[in-house]
Design a binder for this molecule. Sequence first.
Ligand code: FRU
Length: 488
Amino acid sequence: KARKYTEQYRPAFHFSPDHNWTNDPNGLLYFDGEYHLFYQYNPFGNKWGHMSWGHAVSSDLLRWEHLPVAITEYTDKASGDSTMIFSGSAVADVNNTSGFFSKGGGGMVAIYTSHVHRNNQQLTQHQSVAYSEDRGRTFTRYTDNPVLDKKLKDFRDPKVFWYEPEKKWVMTVVVPDKFKAQFYESKNLKDWKLLSEFGPLGDTAKIWECPDLIEVPLLDNPAKKKWVLLISNSHPQGPTFVGMQYFVGNFDGRKFTPEYPKQYPLYLEYGKDFYAAVTFNNVPKSDGRTILLGWANNWAYGQDIPTEPWRSAMTLPRELYLKNTAYGYRVIQKPVRELAAIRDDSVKYTPPGKVFPGKSFEVNYSYTAGNAAKFGFKIITGENEETIIGYDKSLQEVYIDRTKSGNVSFHSNFPSVDRAPVKLQNGKLKLQVFVDNSIVEVYINDGEQVITDQIFPTSSEYSLQQFAEGGTAEADMRVWKIKSVWLD
Ligand code: FRU
């Protein structure tokens, strides 16, 4: 059960575990009236280790109820080998294709990477399944695991979805150090046959992880969809940091073919705190959305961020669309519309004003005219302490400058300026910014680009101030408090 959270950096409307370490979201699934969020979780500590699947459920993608750990690391008594439950997905096997279920209506099946190690030495990775007859509350590991074993040391992160045209399951999985995604098919979630491989292409500066092959609705005609392959690997600033790229194209049930292969890499985000994002399976057809959720942290410093008793949170859930541009299709991300219900319209604030009531709020900033070289606004959290969200006209970039955002010294990789390429639209710029205590998400021009960055201010009083350098900037700025989704 959720409790009232009072810790210094606890986000109010982003998911974070009650205590201990998390990384990737796993098994995102809508099932029987609930959204499920499983997540890479260390039941024993606030850094990576003993990886298991934590679990939470929600009816609106925002208010999460914590549930007991769903699948845990285990040790084989005979060999002494331990198996961690690495990233993977979950499906609604409503037709009991797996034969795991005795009741009508089937159940839930989790497909994950079994990471086998002895004394913390990695031996192998293969894909395994576990099933649940009680809406994900408890799982039973299949006795004939693994279901897909290529005798590889690195082979992971299966994302399985139902491919309706051929009434079969399709798995996307990566061979990380070969920069390859592979596609497999199955009728029963147990026997898997290789269909094709994709890659290397685009960014190969860092290993490939957490693939997701999805259908994304077109922005101006949501009934039409195209296929997109998401890959977690390297950041646009280079392989010191993790980040995500994507490919747009077609999938014919066997093979993914990217459009305009020369245009890659395309990056999904320009912030430092965005990785391992994947989409929910089984979102009702009547809803039709493709909903993405990512990990709001970075392996380059993530285990040292100054939060306790938990470490790491998830991004806001986001709706994905494809926009047809002069250069080809581009992924657009919008924060889920459910957010409107937790915006506190009674607490509205228009700067300048000194102290904003709280640390969790939404800012709508729209620049209409001016000759300033740089403009935007600052989140001020103390004397000489600020996070800048701005536009640089000469570089044509929106940026978050967190170099003076508070505690930046816990890791040398943390202080940064993170920039996204953005052209003004008829001389205008629109920013929708969510500040949630230690997480800042900036949606630019209706989701054309996104920058997500963590900040760790030393003060608990946040205020806002517009700025313009080298000229003027006319901008409209509105701010709303956002309510906590936990007990408050
Ligand atoms: C990505 C990742 C995955 C792996 C998991 C282990 O962040 O490295 O490839 O399954 O984390 O926790």
